[in-house]
Design a protein around this ligand. Structure first.
Ligand code: FRU
Length: 484
């Protein structure tokens, strides 16, 4: 029997087994065991709360619990007791992803109950939506009236089994929830429900449906207003690659458009990747008391081998919190300003002509860089990080192709590969803001126009930092800070 108490006791007894080697210093991870999607992200009673898909018992996916951590600055997290365990008939095979909402001072979690209904766990299942409420933000009671949206409330034309990941929002005094689904014929779709009290819900309708290009099922939708526009972020499964984009098995995209509740439609004419790297899935946003829209995602990808699953007793981490900013018709994703308070041992150099390889005088496995290159005549230029012997992680710009690349073929153990993103120089300049944290790299390109995220697993001696170019270019400025 899975209970919150058993989960907490198990973690407390086993925590000493954790292997530190690839544990991150300034990213949220579970204390022990497995983590996937961010859930219930909210600023509540003066703290950021982040819940997450969690299987405490092994570093593999299993019957989902909700882990829980809080932070005052989105950087240093304190773990709280497990918030939800799969302990009811309607969620007996997992408390799947969902969101949080504050109402009359209480914290509401809305999540998907997962029930396996036959011998083939991957195909025989049903899903429903439930609520748990807390007065103190720590202890949650599931409602006696759960499920508050059951499989019978799924409209015809939508999958009768993929019905998950409720994200609640409020508009003009009414609550709405978006849910991810598909049409049973290989196209993702989003359903919208409405409620006056977060407990009684009625269907509004299907607001968006994809085509073959947009995967066969949509997970973790998030719909929010930004700068007078509506933004839909979601994670399409098995989306085919398009040029340099969408090369991971499952992807994440955003669409800027307009939600028309009367017409039950979300109109958009374009979609873009949220992140161009290897490891980024199921993001969730919240808005804080400063009015910032902040997004965090699972810094992994499904069906890939995670090296810490073998002998390290943990797997999975969250990305850095990023601020979402509307610029024209696109979104920028920027590291939140709170990261700056974690800078120490600053180092700075500039006006460095580059041709060939240059060892920078600094090194590390946990740091931030701000680097500006002037491309000049160089065909290719960039940085090599976590360098030692044969190991290196390459971040470089290919001038002729106007493309930035992140190559981890020689990064260490774990998966290799390369991801690419089209990037235009600005007045001949390329500006990079990079965060390296033990087993992660996040690259913010041209002020957050494109972001690339990837996990790497280099040896402990791979600490070198190099700049390089083929053809002449210059590094106008290079700043490095260790991160506390
Ligand atoms: C996304 C997802 C969700 C689901 C959860 C299960 O990564 O597949 O759709 O609710 O993970 O852990």
């Amino acid at each position: 029997m899975y209970t919150r108490e058993n989960a907490d006791a198990f973690v407390a007894e086993r925590k000493y087994l954790l292997k530190d080697e690839y544990r991150l210093n300034f990213h949220l991870m579970s204390e022990f065991g497995w983590m996937n999607d961010p859930n219930g992200f909210i600023y509540y009673n003066g703290e950021y709360h982040m819940f997450y898909q969690h299987y405490p018992y092994q570093p593999v996916w299993g019957p989902m619990h909700w882990g829980h951590a809080v932070s005052r600055d989105l950087m240093t997290w304190r773990h709280l007791p497990v918030a939800l365990a799969p302990d009811q008939t309607y969620d007996r095979d997992g408390c799947f992803s969902g969101s949080a909402f504050e109402r009359e001072g209480k914290l509401y979690l809305m999540y998907t109950g997962h029930i396996v209904t036959g011998p083939d766990r991957d195909n025989d299942y049903r899903q429903n939506q439930n609520i748990a409420v807390s007065e103190d933000g720590i202890h949650f009671e599931k409602l006696a009236s759960n499920p508050i949206i059951s499989a019978e409330d799924i409209p015809a034309g939508a999958s009768q089994k993929d019905f998950r990941d409720p994200k609640v929002f409020e508009r003009d005094g009414t609550y709405y929830v978006v849910l991810g689904s598909n049409d049973g014929q290989g196209h993702g779709l989003i359903l919208l429900y409405r409620s006056d009290d977060l407990v009684d819900w009625t269907i509004v309708g299907e607001i968006a449906r994809g085509d073959e290009e947009l995967g066969d099922n949509w997970e973790c939708p998030d719909l929010f207003e930004l700068g007078g526009q509506d933004v839909l972020v979601m994670s399409p499964q098995r989306m085919p690659a398009q040029g340099d984009n969408y090369h991971n098995l499952h992807s994440t995209t955003y669409m800027i458009g307009r939600l028309d509740i009367e017409q039950s439609s979300f109109n958009y004419d374009r979609y873009e990747p949220v992140d161009y790297g290897f490891d980024y899935y199921a993001p969730q946003t919240t808005v804080d008391e400063k009015g910032r829209r902040i997004i965090m995602a699972w810094m992994e990808t499904w069906e890939s081998e995670i090296p810490t699953q073998l002998g390290h007793y943990w797997a999975g981490a969250m990305t850095l919190p990023r601020e979402v900013v509307l610029q024209g018709e696109s979104l920028l994703f920027k590291p939140v300003e709170e990261t700056k308070a974690y800078r120490q041992n600053g180092y700075e150099t500039g006006g460095v002509p580059l041709s060939g390889i240059k060892d920078m005088e600094v090194s590390g496995d946990c740091y931030e860089l701000e680097v500006v290159f002037k491309a000049d005549q160089a065909e290719e230029f960039g940085l090599k990080l976590r360098v030692h012997g044969e190991e290196e992680t390459v971040l470089s710009y290919l001038s002729a192709e106007e493309t930035f690349r992140f190559n981890r073929d020689k990064s260490g153990i774990g998966l290799g590969g390369e991801r690419r993103a089209k990037v235009a120089l600005k007045d001949g300049l390329l500006a990079l803001n990079i965060f390296v944290d033990k087993s992660s790299v996040e690259v913010f390109i041209q002020g957050g126009e494109k972001v690339m995220t990837g996990r790497i697993y280099p040896g402990t001696h791979s600490l070198g930092i190099q700049a390089y170019s083929e053809g002449a270019c210059s590094m106008l400025s290079f700043k490095k800070w260790d991160m506390k």
